[in-house]
Design a protein around this ligand. Structure first.
Ligand code: NAP
Length: 202
């Protein structure tokens, strides 16, 4: 799959490296590809990876993942709307001080033909780097447009996580609830960053 990862930091760099190792073609987008702090990190990655501008990453991606400061996402969507329309777009960013933590509403308005997902925003990056907990695979809760669900499930599985589909984008508050639970346990209950969730059933 051709994946554009906008942002090559903790989240983008961790996810993109896993996808490249799994055989996907990854282009990372940053503000200045020559001066980015991600130059050495991307050069050391295995597989088909390249560092470029955000526009290059978005133009490359059949799937585009936003993994930048949450407040930067809307402007990136506006500047690249034509290239994004029709793509599978995954919003992994958290706009902590914005009116909405996710950009799905903005995306739906500006890129109506894109297939939208909210995923990879609920857990700390360390848990994407190492998704196994004492032999148990962590779950990743996500929502998005049913027709491309299998595509996103594959990408979640390629990171090493178990995908748990919560439904269409109308279920985004459930995903945000998992983020809230993660923050509550990790920070307020001081359980640390190496925590994740598992659905049990028989
Ligand atoms: N850290 C976590 O554990 C975690 C967990 C879940 C969700 N998130 C969310 O994921 C997003 C990314 O977090 P992070 O920890 O990965 O941040 P980070 O380590 O600071 O990385 C941000 C990346 O985005 C790039 N960037 C910044 N502004 C950009 C712009 N306008 N256009 C293109 N690229 C830009 C930066 O590269 P340049 O500076 O070179 O442009 C950098 O590679 C945030 O919204 C955060 O809330 C983080």
């Amino acid at each position: 799959m051709k994946i554009g990862v906008v942002g090559a930091g903790n989240i983008g760099g961790t996810l993109g490296a896993k996808w490249a190792a799994a055989g996907h073609e990854v282009v990372f987008g940053v503000r200045d590809p020559q001066k980015s702090s991600a130059v050495d990190r991307v050069a050391a990655m295995a597989g088909e990876v390249r560092l470029g501008t955000s526009a290059e990453a978005i133009a490359h991606g059949e799937v585009v993942v936003f993994a930048v400061h949450g407040a930067a996402v809307e402007a990136l969507v506006d500047a690249n709307a034509a290239a994004l329309d029709g793509s599978v777009v995954i919003d992994a960013s958290n706009n902590m001080r914005g009116a909405s933590r996710h950009a799905l509403d903005h995306l739906r308005e500006r890129v109506p033909a894109a297939r939208l997902f909210r995923a990879f925003n609920t857990l700390g990056w360390e848990n994407f780097a190492e998704p196994m907990f004492d032999g148990v695979k962590a779950d990743l809760f996500f929502c998005g447009d049913e027709e491309e669900r299998a595509t996103v499930e594959r990408l979640i599985a390629d990171v090493g996580l178990e995908p748990i589909y919560l439904g269409g984008t109308s279920e985004v508050d459930l995903v945000e609830g998992m983020t809230n639970m993660g923050f509550a346990l990790s920070m307020r209950r001081q359980m640390g960053r190496r925590i994740a969730f598992k659905v049990l059933g028989i």
